[in-house]
Design a binder for this molecule. Structure first.
Ligand code: SF4
Length: 454
C-alpha cells in the first residue's frame, strides 16, 4: 500500500508531501521525499517488529519494574492526586489534542504548565510581547508560502537548517520556485550570519562570523546604516567586521523583499541561564533584530523575521497556551499573578514549589541545565513518551505511547502556525495507546476522584 501526502512528524517544517509504502505485514518499507531525520522517525515504527526495542519500551514501568497499563495509570493518577502543585512539562513533541488534555490536567490540579519553548525561543515571545505596547504589535511575520513567493534575500542568522530542518532550504526559502522568484535559487541571495562556520557557508554569497553575545551590536549597526544614522557607528563597530556588516545592510536596503530566519544561535548567544541578567542580555539581541526589521519596513523594504522552531508541534503548544491563557509558557494556575518570564516554572521547580511532574513528549533530564534536572530527580515523575530517554529511565511511572503521526493521528502546527493533520500510517504492533488516549485516561480518573473528594 502506498500512502501519499503524509505529514512528517519530526521537525516544525511538517513537510506534507511524504510518500510512505507499507507492506502486507503492516511494516513501513519505504519513505520518499523525507530527509534523513524524517525517514528515521517513520522507520522507528518498525523497531518493535524486529524485536529491536533500542529506543522504544514495550510495557509501562513503575519504579523500574514492568507493570500492566491499568496499574501504571492508577499510580500516575495517585501521584497527581496527592500533589499540591504539580508541573506539567514538555508538550512540544505531542499532538494538539494531547496538549489540550495536558492543559486540562494542569488546570484541574491548579498546577504549572510549561512547554520546552520556555528554554528555546522564549525570548522571541518576550521581545514581541514587550514591543507590542511600543510599536503597536507589528510582527513582520509571514507564512512559509508567502516567504517562498516573495523573499529574494534569505538570511539565516544563528540557525543552521542543514542539521535541524534539512528540507527548509529546498521547500521554503532558497531553492523553490516562487511567485516572484520564478527561477528559484537564481532569483535569490543567501546570507549567513553565525558564531560558527556551518555547511551553509559553502552556498552563501556572504558569511559573517559574529562573536558570541555580539549579535545585538551587529543588528544595531545594520539598523543605523539602513536608517542613515551614522553617528557613533565606528565606536559601536569596534572589533567587528564592519565592511561585511555594511555590505549586508546595503543588500538589505536594496532588496525587494527578504527574511531573517533566526535560530537558537541568536537566542543563546548571550549568557542565558534562565536568570534575569542572562535573559536581559539575550533579549537585547532579539530586540535589536526586531528594530532592524522594523526600520527596513519603515524604509519601504518588505522584510520578515521568522524564528526557526524545532520540535514538530512546539507551535501548537504555544498557540494553545496563548489561546487559553494569554501566556506562551510558564502558566501557573495556582497563582494567576505568578511570574511568567522564561524559565519561571523551572525556577519554581528548583525552589521546591513543585511536588510532582507529568512529563510528556520531552526529555528534560538530558536537555535542562543540571540544577533543574537535579530538582526533577527529587520529586515523583510520570513520563509519557513513545521513545526511551534518560527521563523515562528515572521516571516513577513510565507509560510508552504510540508514535504520533505514524501510529496515531492528531494535529500539529507548522512553524508558521498552519495546523496540519498527522495521519495514522500503521497500526502500533503492541497495544500502546496514543499520548491523547493515555492523558485522557489519567484526566478522567483524576476527575472522578476529585468529584468524590473535591
Ligand atoms: Fe521531516 Fe523536517 Fe525533514 Fe521535513 S525537514 S522531512 S519535517 S524532518
Amino acid at each position: 500500500m502506498i500512502i501519499e501526502d503524509v505529514v512528517c512528524p519530526f521537525c516544525a517544517c511538517l513537510c506534507d508531501d511524504i510518500v510512505v509504502s507499507v507492506n502486507g505485514d503492516g511494516m513501513i518499507t519505504e519513505v520518499r521525499n523525507a530527509c534523513v531525520l524524517g525517514v528515521r522517525k517513520f522507520m522507528c515504527a518498525n523497531r518493535f517488529k524486529k524485536g529491536n526495542a533500542e529506543h522504544r519500551a514495550e510495557k509501562p514501568r513503575l519504579r523500574g519494574e514492568e507493570v500492566e497499563y491499568e496499574d501504571a495509570v492508577r499510580e500516575a493518577v495517585e501521584i497527581l492526586r496527592c500533589a499540591d502543585h504539580p508541573l506539567v512539562y514538555g508538550l512540544s513533541n505531542i499532538g494538539y489534542n494531547a496538549q489540550r488534555i495536558a492543559l486540562e490536567i494542569a488546570r484541574m490540579k491548579s498546577g504549572i504548565i510549561e512547554n520546552s519553548e520556555s528554554v528555546c525561543h522564549n525570548l522571541f515571545y518576550q521581545a514581541i510581547l514587550r514591543r507590542c505596547g511600543v510599536s503597536g504589535g507589528r510582527l513582520y511575520f509571514a507564512t512559509l508560502e508567502q516567504i517562498r513567493d516573495k523573499a529574494h534575500l534569505i538570511i539565516y542568522w544563528g540557525s543552521n537548517p542543514v542539521s535541524g530542518h534539512p528540507r527548509h532550504l529546498s521547500k521554503f526559502s532558497l531553492y523553490p520556485v516562487g511567485l516572484y522568484a520564478m527561477k528559484g535559487v537564481q532569483d535569490r541571495e543567501l546570507i549567513v550570519i553565525d558564531a560558527v562556520e556551518t555547511p551553509l557557508k559553502k552556498i552563501a554569497s556572504i558569511f559573517l562570523r559574529v562573536p558570541c553575545g555580539e549579535d545585538w551590536r551587529v543588528a544595531e549597526i545594520m539598523r543605523k546604516i539602513v536608517s542613515g544614522d551614522f553617528k557613533g557607528l565606528k565606536t559601536l563597530a569596534k572589533g567587528l567586521d564592519f565592511a561585511t556588516i555594511s555590505t549586508i545592510a546595503e543588500r538589505m536596503k536594496s532588496a525587494s523583499s527578504g527574511v531573517i530566519f533566526i535560530g537558537l544561535g541568536v537566542l543563546s548567544s548571550a549568557p542565558r541561564n534562565c536568570d534575569d541578567a542572562g535573559c536581559d542580555d539575550a533579549l537585547k539581541c532579539v530586540d535589536a533584530l526586531l528594530s532592524l526589521v522594523e526600520t527596513l519596513n519603515e524604509d519601504g523594504v518588505r522584510f520578515f523575521i521568522f524564528p526557526m522552531k524545532g520540535h514538530f508541534n512546539v507551535v501548537g503548544a504555544v498557540t494553545l497556551l496563548m489561546r487559553e491563557t494569554g501566556r506562551p509558557f510558564s502558566v501557573d494556575f495556582h497563582n494567576s499573578d505568578a511570574d511568567f518570564t522564561p524559565g519561571a516554572a523551572l525556577r519554581s521547580l528548583e525552589r521546591g514549589d513543585v511536588d510532582a511532574a507529568l512529563i510528556i513528549g520531552a526529555d528534560p533530564l538530558s536537555s535542562l541545565p543540571r540544577r533543574f534536572a537535579s530538582a526533577l530527580l527529587k520529586i515523583q515523575t510520570v513520563v509519557i513518551d513513545a521513545f526511551e530517554s534518560i527521563t523515562s529511565k528515572f521516571a516513577t511511572v513510565f507509560i510508552p505511547s504510540a508514535i504520533t503521526g505514524v501510529e496515531a493521528e492528531d494535529i500539529a502546527y507548522r512553524m508558521d502556525g498552519l495546523p496540519l493533520k498527522l495521519k495514522k500510517i500503521v497500526e502500533c504492533p503492541l497495544p500502546l495507546k496514543s499520548d491523547a488516549e493515555i492523558l485522557r485516561d489519567i484526566r478522567d480518573n483524576l476527575r472522578r476522584l476529585h468529584e468524590i473528594n473535591p
